[in-house]
Structures are given as structure tokens and as C-alpha cells.
Design a protein around this ligand. Structure first.
Ligand code: ZN
Ligand code: ZN
Length: 129
């Protein structure tokens, strides 16, 4: 009776450890290792996991500088005239095909109109597609 009960506790603990480790961004293999360890030797692995395994931060920090194109509201999207991909209205170039949506002078950086053949500010010829 006691053995069955102990096994149940160990199984529950192992299950919890596995999910907790996964939630903390551990690899499946690592989480499984902790879980199997807990199942095999609860008194050793559970305190060990609590001490060592949980040190990692909950989730890897998201890089907010990278724009998630899927998350951009539709009204801010335009279609790239070259490849018809969805691009943000304030993009300077299409990230998919490299088409210059808002071409800028390579010399002085001023915004150019697509039909201009040279920059009116510094006379640098534009080499737009
Ligand atoms: Zn494009
Ligand atoms: Zn210029």
C-alpha cells in the first residue's frame, strides 16, 4: 500500500517537473531527464530540480526590435508592388524582395521619388530598379 502511494506521488512529481521544466524553456530531453530522475529517486531529484533546474528564467526574452509582420494591424499594411507581399507602410524597402518602397539617395540620404533619375539635392544619379 505504501509503495503504491509513494509511486503515485513520484509519478505526479515527475509529471509536474516535466511540465515545469518545459515551461521554463528547457529542452524536451532535459525536462524528460529531470522527470525520469524524479520518478526514480524522488527524494534526490526533486530537491535537486528545485535548486538547480528552476534557476532558468521563465521564458527567453523576446527581442522587441524585430517587427513581427503577422502582428501588424492590417490598416498599416501595404502590398509590395514588386512581389505583392504584405509590408508595413513605413518600411523603406520590401524585406522579401528588396524592392525600394521609399528610395533614398545613397549619397545624402534624402528621400527620392521613384521616377527621378538623379538626386535633386546632391546630383547623385539614382540607380533604382
Ligand atoms: Zn517585395
Ligand atoms: Zn542626394
Amino acid at each position: 500500500m505504501m509503495a503504491t502511494f509513494g509511486l503515485l506521488i513520484a509519478a505526479l512529481a515527475a509529471y509536474w517537473v516535466y511540465n515545469d521544466a518545459k515551461g521554463r524553456g528547457h529542452e524536451t530531453g532535459t525536462a524528460l531527464l529531470w522527470s525520469v530522475g524524479t520518478l526514480a529517486a524522488l527524494v534526490v531529484f526533486l530537491p535537486l530540480y528545485l535548486l538547480l533546474g528552476r534557476k532558468r528564467p521563465m521564458k527567453p526574452r523576446r527581442n522587441d526590435d524585430i517587427i513581427d509582420i503577422e502582428a501588424v494591424p492590417v490598416e498599416e499594411m501595404i502590398k509590395c508592388p514588386m512581389c505583392a507581399s504584405n509590408v508595413k507602410e513605413d518600411f523603406k524597402a520590401c524585406p522579401y524582395c528588396g524592392f525600394a518602397l521609399k528610395p533614398a539617395c545613397t549619397s545624402c540620404g534624402k528621400e527620392l521619388k521613384r521616377e527621378w533619375r538623379l538626386c535633386p539635392y546632391c546630383q547623385t544619379p539614382t540607380d533604382l530598379k
